[in-house]
Design a protein around this ligand. Structure first.
Ligand SMILES: *Cc1c(COP(=O)(O)O)cnc(C)c1O
Length: 225
């Protein structure tokens, strides 16, 4: 069962301007409906197939966020309805999103996922790669994607200072990139950082979107993220 009380507490806790993405991966449609009936509309999934299956059966006014690693061959299924793709980590992926966006006559809102954690298993671009992407002619010619900000995941550790440093790093990247590539573009405004275990730190460090799963839905059966 989804924890509606926890959802309400979270809402009270979140400062204005911080969006809550309820990450419903591995949880059934019925549990999503519990939150939906309590008024929540923004949900995140980390696997394309699962997101598509849930979107088909759930109310159409749900805003779906793709937060996990996305393969280019799945992009075409998401593009017709997705609200935000948090996990763009290559020019190749962005090219495919743009191509599918054109087909569907949509501009797809995206975040660039940056690598801030120590773990090598976490996807994402480093600062230089991000600059290369944003400076490329291919990117500059894209008409069907809009980059609204950055996403990152901190190291899984109990060392709060380490987590805080990584979030601060992402915030710093955000400021630098905004200055360098997005001046005058108000829409470049989102920093998606913070999960169940570290969202308070993320908010203190400037998060505008927290992606919270287990705190609301309970622990997942599998250990995968
Ligand atoms: C699973 C997941 C979350 C939510 O994690 P919790 O620890 O359950 O809050 C957030 N972001 C991404 C990218 C995820 O895969």
């Amino acid at each position: 069962m989804a924890d509606i009380e926890k959802l309400k507490t979270l809402f009270e806790e979140l400062p204005d301007g911080v969006k809550l993405i309820a990450v419903s991966k591995t949880k059934p449609a019925e549990e999503i409906m519990e939150l939906y009936n309590a008024g929540h509309r923004i949900f995140g999934e980390s696997k394309a197939q699962e997101l598509i299956a849930k979107q088909e059966v759930l109310p159409k006014d749900i805003e779906w966020h793709m937060v996990g690693h996305l393969q280019t061959n799945k992009v075409k299924y998401l593009v017709p309805f997705v609200t935000l793709i948090h996990s763009v980590d290559s020019l190749k992926l962005l090219k495919e999103i743009n191509k599918q966006g054109r087909k569907h006559d949509r501009v797809i809102p995206c975040l660039l996922q940056m690598h801030i954690a120590e773990e090598s298993s976490k996807f994402g671009l480093d600062y230089e790669e991000t600059c290369d992407l944003l400076e490329s002619d291919v990117y500059r010619e894209m008409q069907h994607v809009e980059i609204l900000g950055l996403m990152g995941m901190a190291t899984f550790t109990s060392d709060n200072e380490k987590i805080r440093k990584e979030f601060r790093q992402l915030r710093q990247h955000f400021s630098n990139l905004r200055k360098k590539y997005f001046s005058g573009k108000e829409n470049f405004s989102e920093i998606s950082m913070g999960m169940s275990s570290d969202y308070q730190l993320a908010i203190e460090e400037g998060s505008t979107m927290v992606r919270i799963g287990s705190s609301i839905f309970g622990e997942r059966q599998t250990s995968e993220t």
